[in-house]
Design a protein around this ligand. Structure first.
Ligand code: FES
Length: 333
């Protein structure tokens, strides 16, 4: 696995449920390569076993600053709570190379950016990159539950002061006005029909903002949702139609028996069966769904995280693996 060591420079409480973490350069030397809007997968030495979780980078690669991530505590989330409770300045963490396709193709365009809650993280990276490297106008629509949950508010104000002609920001607080409707979101994005649109936040917010962007006139192929956010917990899979095999899933201290289609990815089967299997990218890029193949064989498709040693040690990615035997057992850390 191509893990890179990074030093934790600082850990600061950002909002009641979010910590802001600045990461130093890799040890002993070098730097982190990433594009605006990408995420880092962090290796977390949790007491229940090593797990991997993805966190978007909030800095711009063009700022000349070390990368930083925002981590929001997820209720019962093993990774986010471990980080918020245990990670301290001076510690060393390991990360996989930056990944993700929530990246602008051309920074020299106008940008309409919709962020909800901690969805500000990759959006802020895109916003700053567009201002530093591009020449177009940028509108940020930023929705939060209440004022105390607005992450990076002072930083955003500073960017407005620095680029008053190009950057406009509209805040929305649910506590004052309720959840924004599609027409509210469209009103806040008006004038940006020709822009590239990037959306990140809770799923209902993303879907509403996507509809709003289309209503404004943003072209469908210019509208980008952070699917890494959508992937977590979303179940889109349909029941397989072909031959089935038996699979035992060892997860959270329980053994659960399910039937998995031969043409079905293991993760799709688990989610279809209602198992709370960890996942993020669903594309073999983040290692969040890494599990041990205890019994049977799988066909591990393309991925960018496991190397030959990992595979020899029995690790597979549930999102990329399909059954190749009648019986399988997989175990999550
Ligand atoms: S969910 Fe990211 S590698 Fe499987």
């Amino acid at each position: 696995m191509r893990l890179q060591k990074l030093q934790v420079r600082s850990v600061m409480a950002e909002t009641p449920d979010t910590v802001f973490i600045e990461l130093g350069g890799p040890q002993p030397s070098g730097r982190v390569d990433y594009q605006p809007g990408q995420y880092l997968t962090v290796k977390i030495p949790h007491a229940s076993g090593t797990i991997f979780r993805c966190y978007s980078v909030s800095t711009s690669p063009y700022e000349g600053l070390p990368p930083a991530i925002l981590v929001r505590r997820v209720e019962d989330g093993l990774g986010s709570n471990w980080i918020a409770d245990n990670l301290k300045a001076g510690a060393t963490i390991e990360v996989l190379p930056a990944a993700g396709a929530f990246v602008p193709a051309d920074l020299n365009r106008d940008f309409l950016l919709y962020a909800g809650g901690s969805g500000i993280t990759p959006v802020l990276s895109i916003l700053k990159s567009a201002l530093i490297r591009g020449s177009g106008k940028v509108r940020l629509v930023y929705a939060n539950r209440a004022a105390e949950y607005v992450a990076r508010g002072q930083e955003i104000d500073a960017w407005v002061k620095r680029y008053p002609e190009r950057l406009s920001v509209v805040h929305w607080l649910d506590a004052e006005r309720g959840f924004p409707s599609v027409s509210d979101l469209a009103d806040m994005g008006s004038g940006f029909a020709g822009a590239d649109c990037f959306i990140c936040g809770p799923e209902p917010y993303m879907r509403a903002a996507e509809t709003a962007a289309k209503d404004i006139g943003v072209a469908e192929d210019r509208c980008h949702l952070e699917l890494f956010e959508l992937g977590a917990g979303e179940t889109e899979s349909v029941a397989p139609s072909g031959e089935m095999v038996s699979m035992t899933v060892d997860i959270g201290g329980s053994l659960i028996d399910v039937e998995c289609g031969r043409d079905e990815h293991l993760l799709d089967c688990m989610l279809r069966e209602g198992l709370n299997a960890p996942n993020s990218c669903r594309a073999g890029n983040c290692a969040a769904c890494m599990c041990e193949l205890v019994e049977g064989n799988v066909n591990l498709g393309e991925n960018s995280v496991l190397d030959e040693d990992d595979i020899a040690d029995g690790w597979v990615l549930a999102c990329r693996s399909k059954p190749e035997s009648e019986k399988l057992t997989v175990k999550f850390p």
